[in-house]
Structures are given as structure tokens and as C-alpha cells.
Design a protein around this ligand. Structure first.
Ligand SMILES: [Zn+2]
Length: 376
């Protein structure tokens, strides 16, 4: 019998949870952070390096891949895992969010969205059925329902209509996905910042039945305070025995706060994108490597970090290659940032397993409050 997709919730500490998602392509330890491999690559990283940071799963973007090189071409070449040389699990988004944020001349109706490519102006249509087809062609292990990410802010009535359409699309997504042992389909809760809408959405999703549930419509400019106040109740409305995924989050303190509120999976471009712009995440907060204070500093970014950037290079070198716009700058800083994020997740997982989440959270905030090491 083919191995099934399964979630084993192993321990809780308050609302925080740790467990293991099993898939035929390997296990995902939760809470999990998924690096973003937008165009079939995590920018500036070899896939084996991404794995070496401790990542169990990557995120791929349906919108980008359907436009270039196209899902059909990736399928002909053996699927996304083989194409990009990543044999662990992959989660793909549905394309809906990026159609709204990147494409031109969008038209949305009950059927789906038609739009023009931001790359070459070509015309495309995404519907729940087409999104399921594309994600299947890619060979994605965790497929996301096609939905409308309700913009923020949204008036109550607008948010309600948007959420109800997404729930009808969730129905169609499930129908189109069919029965695929070993692959998972996640539903996405909407409802903006309105508690009764979040409840209605969760009820509808539970009735349809999914392998996992995302809290959608957050990290869209509402700010951490609004996000946390929704996360104070929204994850509790979702089944406890399935993974809960917060899409597009976030900064390290967003992640700690989301895990505290019962989130199991997250993804964000932040560690990789920041690596390319000289922003470095450390236990003592954000370091800006382009700052002149680093130019004569022989010390590593973080003496406790075991990543290649910290093990083998000085701040002075990292400052130099960033200023000189050398490619190794993006490689090293992205590696460090992804390593930092995965270390943070590993720390959260053991803290939850050992029932010391509160102490972990305190130490996390205290380290950041200390700020960067003294200038030489
Ligand atoms: Zn490092």
C-alpha cells in the first residue's frame, strides 16, 4: 500500500504544538518553516544547501511556474522535484495570491480569474480546476485550494462575499483534486479580521474535509497586532489533528508568536530576500552588513552559528563582498538566514516537546533586546 499523508501531533505546550507530517517523500518536522523556491529555485542556494540548513520542505509558486517554464513542460521533464533537483516534499500555492499581486488586467468572476502575464502580457485563466491541474502536473506533495486572498482592509460585507466565494472554490478544488493517496490538499480559511466569518469559513472547510488547513488572508499589511489578534482564535476553529499553515509569515518574532498560537507551518521570502539585500537575522536581532562598522571587523556574524558564512568568513569579508556586489554575498547571507530560521524552528520544536515554550520565548526576546555585539 502506498504510504499516506499523515500528521502525528506529538506534544503541546499551551497552544503551541510539535509533531511530524509524513509523506512518501519524507517527513516534515513541525513547527516547520518552508523556504520559498519561487521559480524552481531558492535564489542563490543549491538545493543540497537548502537541505543542509535543515529544511524539510520547500514552497513553489504556481503563478510563476505556470507562466515560465509552464507546468506542462515541467511535467514532461519529470515533475518539479526532478526538474529542480529537490527530492523532499514540496508545497505549492494555488496561484491566486500572486495573480492578484503581480499580474495585469485581471478579471475575476465566479468561474475564476483571467489575467495577463507580468512577463510577456500573454493571457491566462486560473480556476480552481486549472489550479489543481497545474499543481498535479508539478507533482506537488501539498496542494493548496484556489482561493481569493481577501485584501486588507476589507469592509465586513466585502470580506463576507469574498470568503463565501473562496469556500465555493474550496468545494470545487476538492472535487477537482479527487482521491490521490500520498498527496495532500489543504483548505484555506478566510474571513479577514471578522471572527464570525472565520468561524463560518472554518465550519465550511471542516465539512468539506481536508488534509490540512491554512489560515489565509493574513500577512497582507494588517500588521503584527491585528495578525496576532486573529491568530488568538482562528487556529482554534480548525481541526486539532491536522496541520495548520500560516501563509506568507514572516519575521522571526511573527513566527514565534504564530507558533505560540497553534500554527504548525509557515513560509516566507524574507530570509532569502533579505540575504540578497544585506539584512542578516541573528539571535541578537537584525544586522545590516552594508553598515561601515563591519569593514574592519574580523569576527563572525554570530559566533554561535555553525553556517558556512559564520564558520569561515568575517564580518569584514561579508561587508566587502556585499559592497562589491559579488554573487557570493547573496549565497553566504541567504545560507546564514535560512540556517538561522531553521535553528529557530528546531529550538521551538524542542522547547514545545520539553514543555518550556515560555522560557524559550523569553530568551528569544531577551537576545533580540540585547542588540548586536559591541562595535570594535
Ligand atoms: Zn551563520
Amino acid at each position: 500500500m502506498a504510504p499516506r499523508f499523515n500528521f502525528d501531533l506529538q506534544a503541546t505546550d499551551g497552544k503551541a504544538r510539535t509533531g511530524v507530517i509524513s509523506t512518501p517523500r519524507g517527513e516534515i518536522r513541525t513547527p516547520a518553516f518552508m523556504p520559498v523556491g519561487t521559480a524552481a529555485t531558492v535564489k542563490a542556494m543549491m538545493p543540497e544547501s537548502v537541505a543542509a540548513t535543515g529544511a524539510d520542505i520547500l514552497l513553489g509558486n504556481t503563478y510563476h511556474l505556470m507562466l515560465r517554464p509552464t507546468a506542462e513542460r515541467i511535467d514532461r521533464l519529470g515533475g518539479l522535484h526532478k526538474f529542480m533537483n529537490w527530492d523532499k516534499p514540496i508545497l505549492t500555492d494555488s496561484g491566486g495570491f500572486q495573480v492578484m499581486s503581480l499580474s495585469d488586467l485581471r478579471k475575476m468572476n465566479e468561474k475564476g480569474v483571467t489575467f495577463r502575464s507580468h512577463i510577456d502580457g500573454s493571457r491566462h485563466t486560473l480556476t480552481p480546476e486549472r489550479s489543481m491541474e497545474i499543481q498535479k502536473l508539478l507533482g506537488s506533495d501539498i496542494v493548496m485550494c484556489f482561493d481569493e486572498c481577501t485584501p486588507f482592509p476589507a469592509e465586513e460585507k466585502v470580506a463576507l462575499e469574498s470568503m463565501r466565494m473562496s469556500m465555493r472554490w474550496a468545494d470545487r478544488s476538492k472535487e477537482a483534486f479527487g482521491d490521490r493517496p500520498g498527496y495532500a490538499l489543504f483548505g484555506i480559511q478566510q474571513g479577514s479580521v471578522y471572527r464570525d466569518q472565520r468561524e463560518e469559513s472554518a465550519e465550511k472547510l471542516r465539512a468539506i474535509g481536508f488534509d490540512g488547513y491554512a489560515v489565509g488572508g493574513l500577512a497582507v499589511g494588517e500588521g503584527q497586532e491585528n495578525m496576532f489578534s486573529v491568530l488568538d482564535y482562528a487556529p482554534d476553529m480548525l481541526p486539532t489533528d491536522k496541520p495548520r499553515y500560516l501563509m506568507g509569515v514572516g519575521k522571526p518574532d511573527d513566527i514565534v508568536g504564530a507558533v505560540k498560537r497553534g500554527i504548525d507551518m509557515m513560509d516566507c521570502v524574507l530570509p532569502s530576500r533579505s540575504g540578497r539585500t544585506g539584512q542578516v537575522f541573528t539571535r541578537r536581532g537584525v544586522v545590516n552588513i552594508k553598515n561601515a562598522r563591519h569593514q574592519d571587523d574580523p569576527r563572525p556574524l554570530d559566533e554561535h552559528c555553525t553556517c558556512p558564512a559564520c564558520s569561515n568568513y568575517s564580518r569584514a569579508y561579508l561587508h566587502h563582498v556585499f559592497r562589491a556586489q559579488e554573487i557570493i554575498s547573496s549565497m553566504l547571507l541567504t545560507w546564514h538566514n535560512l540556517h538561522y530560521y531553521q535553528e529557530l524552528m528546531a529550538g521551538l520544536r524542542s522547547a514545545i516537546a520539553e514543555n518550556r515554550f515560555d522560557a524559550f520565548e523569553k530568551a528569544f526576546h531577551a537576545g533580540r533586546a540585547d542588540g548586536d555585539i559591541e562595535q570594535l
